[in-house]
Design a protein around this ligand. Structure first.
Ligand code: ADP
Length: 519
């Protein structure tokens, strides 16, 4: 069967080989098993159901929310000689009936429908007359309230599938990989004995780097100066920040554009065009910028502020290097960014469970900024891909010259201080106690009488906080969700406290040198 699939790939679609993951997904579908494919945009999911559609008898029903893309897809298929059609709100009731009748005669290998159609019992009944052997559900995360674009009409898909007398094979696709969304898709669409494939998230032409403790504006000035000829995007957290940075860079003589939701439609469209046509090379933007932007020669994406979660980060950073040539993704981190994001979560009207979920995702994002391990591996594992290497050798953490430092003693001091404080305070308070700070709050709780008070007085409070954050990222300390997270010890901390296990950190050699030069 797979030989047949490869033949179709070549003859119909004109490609010589499968993209990563396509083969396994197609094989699973052809074996008659339900499938959930988690692939990033551009990963090549369409072929994963189009090829089985050509192999299976009967019609494949494709449920897709993007009406504008539907027509393009069908035109492409028709050009390739594949019989396909669509039903959506652009058709009259009469046309709908005609298409269904044609489909009933087996005229189409693929029939695309918009999910809203399934809200009509009448329409669902009409579909029952077709011989449907495969259903492909695009943008499957729309079924989940945890996803970023929940669509109530998706809730009808599960019911529709149940109503079909002879159950077809079901395959769903999404680019969102969080656990809750995945579970919702499986449950609400009614997948059975499904196999989940997470694939294609790696973008090996992109390099990743997190920079901490930089003067962000100085960094930008240097970077833009060095990369004057290149096109890039600078993402900021708020509109105000976009305005401020725009004026700052313009004053410094850089030709920059800006884009945020506070601008008029006309202004935004104009800004977008100047960027797309390379009249302006650098765009300063909030997350409002980028949807549907497919500019191939973006060479860098700098995050001036940390975004709210890894999904947003990877999507925005992924706008670099679409042409396959190298792209740099740099995140300028400072702790204030976390406070901004918490504030933005608090401002939402989400219910408590949703907020907790957002805080958890924010913590993964913060951990990305604090980890000293391979950033690429961190990203891919976050999205659920299995990674066999420890170092990709081309992210900031892998390429930076580092030395391994034993921080077991520091970790022990921190853990025992937290224990003595009964694990009821946030990181900042723990750092203040270890520093031996004289703030009122410490006196009030009597922490100045703890044996761990001032135990790390030789370090700055920021250094202690960096250590604490690293121990969070490494899974020794857990932060409760919420605006004021409390630091708790994880079971992993116990063997360290007992002296049975060591803790190491990678320290950049560059920084060490800087410090010794300053002395
Ligand atoms: P998605 O729907 O996952 O965003 P598409 O299915 O539109 O992605 O595919 C993205 C691009 O990759 C398309 O231009 C498609 O023609 C191309 N593509 C898909 N499969 C292959 C393949 N096996 N070899 C080369 N190009 C492919």
């Amino acid at each position: 069967m797979m030989e047949n699939a490869l033949k179709l790939l070549k003859t119909y679609f004109g490609y010589q080989s499968f993209k990563e993951g396509q083969e396994q997904i197609i094989e699973n579908i052809l074996a008659g098993r339900d499938t959930l494919g988690i692939m990033p945009t551009g990963g090549g999911k369409s072929l994963c159901y189009q090829i089985p559609a050509l192999i299976f008898e009967g019609t494949t029903l494709v449920i897709s929310p993007l009406i504008s893309l539907m027509k393009d897809q069908i035109d492409t298929l028709l050009n390739l000689g594949v019989a396909a059609s669509f039903i959506n709100s652009s058709l009259t009731p009469r046309q709908v009936q005609e298409r269904i009748a044609q489909a009933g005669e087996g005229r189409f290998k693929l029939l695309y429908i918009a999910p809203e159609r399934l809200e009509s019992e009448n329409f669902r009944g009409l579909l029952q007359s077709l011989s449907i052997n495969l259903i492909a559900i695009d943008e499957a995360h729309c079924v989940s309230q945890w996803g970023h674009d929940f669509r109530p009409s998706y809730r009808h898909i599960g019911q529709f599938i149940q109503e079909i007398p002879e159950r077809p094979v079901i395959t769903a696709f999404t680019a969102t990989a969080t656990e809750e969304v995945k579970e919702d898709i499986i449950k609400l669409l009614g997948l059975k004995n499904e196999k989940v494939f997470v694939t294609g998230f790696d973008r090996d032409n992109l390099s990743f780097e997190v920079r901490k403790g930089e003067n962000k504006r100085d960094f930008l000035l240097d970077y833009l100066q060095e990369n004057r000829e290149e096109s890039g995007i600078i993402y900021v957290a708020t509109r105000k920040e976009a305005d401020n940075l725009f004026h700052f860079l313009e004053k410094k003589g850089f030709q920059v554009g800006k884009y945020h939701a506070g601008m008029k439609d006309r202004e935004r469209a104009a800004a977008q065009d100047t960027f797309l046509f390379d009249e302006v090379r650098v765009m300063i933007a909030t997350n409002a910028f980028g949807m549907g932007i497919d500019k191939s020669n973006v060479r860098f994406v700098i995050h001036y502020n940390m975004p709210k979660n890894m999904e947003s980060y990877y999507q925005e950073a992924g706008r670099a290097g679409r042409d396959g040539a190298p792209g740099e993704c740099i995140l300028l981190f400072c702790p204030q960014d976390i406070i901004i994001q918490k504030f933005l979560i608090e401002e939402t009207i989400y219910a408590t469970a949703r907020k907790t979920n957002e805080y958890q995702k924010l913590q993964f994002m913060a951990d990305y900024c604090h980890t000293d391990r391979c950033l690429r591996k961190y990203i891919l594992e976050y999205f659920g891909e299995r990674v066999s290497y420890e170092n990709c050798d081309h992210c900031g953490n892998c390429t930076q010259e580092t030395e391994i430092v034993d921080i077991t003693i520091e970790a022990q001091k921190i853990f025992s201080c937290m224990r003595r404080m009964k694990e009821r305070f946030g990181l900042k308070m723990v750092a203040s106690v270890l520093k031996g700070s004289k703030i009122v709050k410490i006196k009030k709780f009597g922490f100045d009488r703890l044996s761990t008070y001032g135990l790390m007085a030789e370090k700055t409070e920021k250094e202690i906080l960096d250590l604490l954050n690293l121990l969070v990222a490494e899974g020794y300390i857990h932060l409760t969700e919420g605006q004021y997270p409390v630091a708790k010890l994880c079971p992993e901390a116990a063997p360290v406290l007992r002296g049975e296990q060591q803790v190491f950190r990678k320290t950049p050699v560059r920084q060490e040198k800087d410090i010794s030069a300053a002395h």
